[in-house]
Ligand binder design. Structure first.
Ligand code: NAP
Length: 869
């Protein structure tokens, strides 16, 4: 192919002809009219199913789900003979699909990609293959797979072995092992499948096990014609359910917690899922197995009990029982008669954790204690350089000579696990940091290829040719991926390939997105709905340097925004008062379990039932009066209440070791301006008057509020200072400063960011009755004079980048500074309005609350009365 013109040879170069390559070629070529060329090192299609022909190789997601969904006729006409088909049948299926869509004509087989280099001048990729050819393509799509670079351990002397060495991950022919003395290293999914089969053939089988695994029954059987017909009749429904499931399968029996049921109930659930087979025990029993060690222990112990039942020799059974890591933190294998293999006289289990492999010799494997296991065949089922390995093996170089290997020296850096900053027009199907291996692969692949198709269509529509994610979007994605991983038990496993821990020297970083397929899909939807958030487009590579990316948004917020959109929430105005209040109250569902405090008491500061306070005393030793934090909740003046901020103020009480007084107030439309403002002031007066009584230090009272509550808090503080009250500090979390503020952030984030501009307008209409109300300095804080503001305590204004109220909050901090107040604004990138309440849903909430707490604690320390200092 030519290499010298500015027009590339093809629009899209596709790497790999497995599940990804086949669909990608069809999608881009046949459905989009692009020119496409594929490469695969294999002699034919199949990808992982081409290379893994070891005995026992079998899929472990049900075939009805582990298959393409993109073509209705294809899924109707194909017949699977088994529930979990073996490798040959899956390869036949892929060959059939390749025939049906005439894929092979656009693939060069038997060549391996040795480098892919972005040409900054021509704005396309140069792809070099090991036959010396260079092919240029505008877009580069990798379907190189996640588990396609086998790990070959460098045992000393491995090349001296006189027998035959076979690698499960590169096993291309049927090998007759009858009568052979076989040794196998590795008891992961591949090893376990192979052991069950090889044990039936070999004269002897020596299993050299370093780490035992939690293998559970696959539950395979022939396809039942009636069930097949029923599934085919409901296929679109099944696919939709699958895509709405964490793992991409339509399982629907998961229960919330293994610890919330009795031991008998738990046992019944485990028995049921064990008997049903597949990944049901892992993914469809209890939702907290990967999150809570105690819950995980129940499943781990259950599996150990079942192993002991199946293995006759107690010592062998104990060796096969995993104990050193939680269930599921290494990918759980599925098995058929695996444990029974050890009941054969011909099978020996050797513990190479206790007595490590020292060397491979011509006659077999020697262990550290000098024992030699003599072998004719050595099978290496030692795993893969997962997820990043296949991409790094291709020597990818992006803009300005940036090597992927350097960009990823500290672990993968991606946006959506699909694209990489610095690598224009490069797409990784099921790449690292995407759900990939934790999402039924064919569906994960279709989703990714479709998303790439949408990106390319967007480029064509906008008249651009080059696309790349911003560094900010990528950083946010890496943070989301790592934060999700930290919430699970995965990082506690010492050798899981999910964490890159199986390869010496590989950075320990989570390689998969643990938020599940539905969350991932929702985020991708929001990326699209938000005008391709985080992606910059340009006419050329150089143009990317100055291109403005679509507004990035923290992935947590993308999920929240998309969830609201899917619920078709019509906005607060259309919802009306009652629904608006219910929606705001429902934000409790986005909060972490509330912190424990020492005492909570309820108080009134006026006759109206709304004039209430809730006082939280943290569990702090000592008789000294604690600092007091007076907190006014937000909710557009007309919604919100003590319950929805209960978790927020408990957290602040714990973080700041302060007594927190949480105030609510009379709300519109029943009570209009200035009722809420009068009440906030009255509630603060109550707090000042009762500070000592509630265990606080009357000299150290800080005032805080969020959103509309920020407005109320600021106005109450101004009034208190005017009345001669000493305040320690003022914390305003994305405050409403004025109903009529006209700012760039109000325009930019008017729609699609949780609180919309029209919501603000409607809240204002509910609360105010006249123009005079709207301009009243208690509400329109921007009309307060320097004299009004002078004397306010040190103030922190927290703002969020993607918030309608951002600019007015920051302007208010300036206004305070101009009046001589020690004030500053702290902006949180990528967050939107409401984050301060969303401790469970939005990971950045914790940073925001910590910033608030650090500020409050520092001010309280500084303001300590001399006698107590
Ligand atoms: P794996 O899960 O990484 O297992 C590798 C095995 O080799 C482990 O038991 C490991 O022990 C052992 N090992 C590696 N280096 C060793 C050394 N130097 N000395 C002694 N033992 C060593 O690899 P895999 O079994 O090929 O499976 C990889 C993934 O492929 C699976 O998790 C799964 O996602 C996929 N797969 C799927 C299927 C299917 O769908 N049915 C089948 C096969 C594979 P340690 O644990 O101590 O490191």
């Amino acid at each position: 192919m030519s290499t010298s013109t500015a027009t590339p040879d093809v629009d899209v170069v596709v790497i790999g002809a497995g599940f990804t390559g086949i669909y990608a070629i069809h999608r881009f070529r046949d459905r989009m009219g692009l020119t496409v060329h594929g490469f695969d090192a294999a002699a034919d299609v199949g990808g992982t199913w081409y290379w893994n022909r070891y005995p026992g190789a079998r899929v472990d997601i049900e075939s009805v789900h582990y298959s393409y969904s993109f073509d209705e006729q294809l899924q109707q006409e194909w017949h699977w003979t088994e529930r979990f088909p073996a490798q040959p049948e899956i390869l036949r299926y892929l060959s059939h699909v390749a025939d049906r869509f005439d894929i092979r004509k656009d693939v060069t087989f038997g060549v391996r990609v040795t480098s892919a280099t972005w040409d900054d001048d021509a704005s396309f990729w140069r792809v070099t293959t090991d036959d010396g050819a260079v092919t240029t393509g505008r877009y580069l799509v990798s379907g190189a797979g996640t588990l396609s670079v086998p790990k070959v351990p460098d045992f000393p002397g491995v090349e001296t072995f006189a027998g035959r060495t076979l690698l499960t991950g590169n096993w291309l022919e049927d090998v007759d092992l009858t009568g052979q003395r076989v040794g196998i290293i590795g008891t992961g999914s591949s090893g376990i499948q192979a052991i069950s089969e090889i044990a039936k053939q070999a004269a002897s089988l020596t299993v050299l096990q370093r780490t035992p695994n939690y293998a559970t029954p696959i539950g395979n059987h022939s396809t039942d014609p009636e069930q097949e017909a029923a599934e085919k009749a409901a296929y679109s429904d099944i696919r939709a359910k699958s895509r709405n499931h964490f793992l991409g399968v339509p399982y629907d029996e998961v229960q919330p917690s293994a610890l919330a049921v009795s031991p008998e109930q738990r046992r019944a659930v485990f028995d049921d899922r064990w008997n049903k087979g597949g990944f049901r025990l892992f993914i469809d029993s209890f939702a907290d197995l990967l999150l809570d060690k105690a819950a995980n222990d129940t499943a781990a112990e259950y599996i150990r009990e079942r192993i002991r039942e199946r293995v006759q020799d107690p010592a062998t059974a104990e060796l096969l029982c995993p104990t050193g890591y939680p269930y599921g933190t290494k990918r759980p294998p599925l098995e058929t008669d695996y444990y029974e293999a050890y009941n054969r006289d011909t099978v020996t289990l050797v513990d190479v954790a206790a007595n490590r492999i020292d060397a491979v010799m011509p006659q077999g494997v020697r262990l550290a204690d000098g024992t030699v296991h003599e072998l004719d065949v050595l099978v290496l089922a030692t795993g893969f350089d997962a997820c990043t390995g296949p991409l790094l093996a291709m020597n990818v170089t992006g803009r300005d000579g940036l090597r992927l290997a350097d960009s990823w020296a500290d672990g993968p850096q991606t946006y959506l696990g699909l694209t990489v900053h610095g690598f224009p027009n490069f797409f990784m199907v099921t790449g690292p940091q995407s759900p990939s291996v934790l999402y039924n692969m064919p569906l994960a692949i279709e989703d990714h290829v479709d998303l790439i198709g949408d990106v390319l269509a967007h480029l064509a529509e906008s008249g651009h040719t080059v696309v790349e994610p911003s560094a900010t979007a990528q950083d946010q994605w890496v943070a989301e991926t790592n934060a999700l991983s930290e919430m699970t038990l995965l990082p506690t496993s010492a050798s899981s390939w999910y964490m890159g821990a199986n390869i010496p020297g590989k950075p320990r970083r989570v390689l998969v997105y643990l938020g599940g397929a539905p969350r991932y899909r929702a985020i991708c939807e929001d990326v699209k709905a938000g005008g391709w958030r985080g992606f910059a487009v340009a006419d050329s590579s150089r143009g990317l340097e100055t291109a403005t990316p679509g507004q990035e948004l923290d992935p947590c917020f993308m999920f929240v925004a998309e969830t609201l959109r899917q619920q078709q929430f019509p906005g607060f105005r259309a919802a009306g008062v009652e629904t608006a209040r219910a929606v705001v109250d429902s934000f409790v569902g986005m909060q972490a379990p509330p912190q424990r405090v020492a005492a909570v008491s309820e108080h009134s500061y006026g006759p109206d039932p709304e004039q209430r306070l809730r006082v939280y005393r943290p569990d702090v030793d000592g008789d000294d009066g604690l600092p007091v934090l007076f907190y006014v909740h937000g909710g557009g003046f007309m919604a919100g209440g003590l319950d929805v901020v209960d978790e927020v103020v408990r957290d602040l009480a714990v973080r700041t070791r302060s007594v927190v007084v949480s105030a609510t107030y009379r709300r519109p439309p029943e009570h209009r301006f200035p009722a809420a403002h009068d009440d906030a002031s009255a509630a603060l007066r109550w707090t000042v008057g009762h500070a000592c009584e509630i265990g606080g230090d009357g000299h150290r009272i800080s005032v805080a509020g969020d959103s509309a509550g920020g407005n109320l808090a600021a106005a109450a503080a101004v009034q208190a200072v005017r009345d001669g009250v000493h305040l320690t500090s003022l914390l305003l979390v994305y405050p409403l400063v004025s109903p009529t503020a006209q700012t760039a952030s109000r325009e930019q984030f008017a729609k699609g960011y949780v609180i919309e501009l029209d919501d603000l307008a409607w809240f204002g209409e509910q609360y105010t009755s006249s123009e005079a109300d709207v301009r009243d300095p208690r509400l329109a804080l921007d009309t307060l004079t320097a004299a009004d503001l002078a004397g306010l305590p040190p103030t922190l204004v927290i703002t969020n980048e993607c918030d309608t109220l951002r600019d007015e909050g920051e302007a208010f901090a300036q206004q305070l500074r101009a009046a001589g107040v020690d004030a500053r604004a702290q902006r949180f990138e990528g967050l939107a309005h409401g984050a301060f309440w969303m401790s469970l849903a939005v990971f950045g909430c914790s940073d925001q609350r910590q910033a608030a707490a650090d500020f409050l604690v520092a001010q309280a320390a500084r303001d300590r009365a001399p006698a107590l200092a």
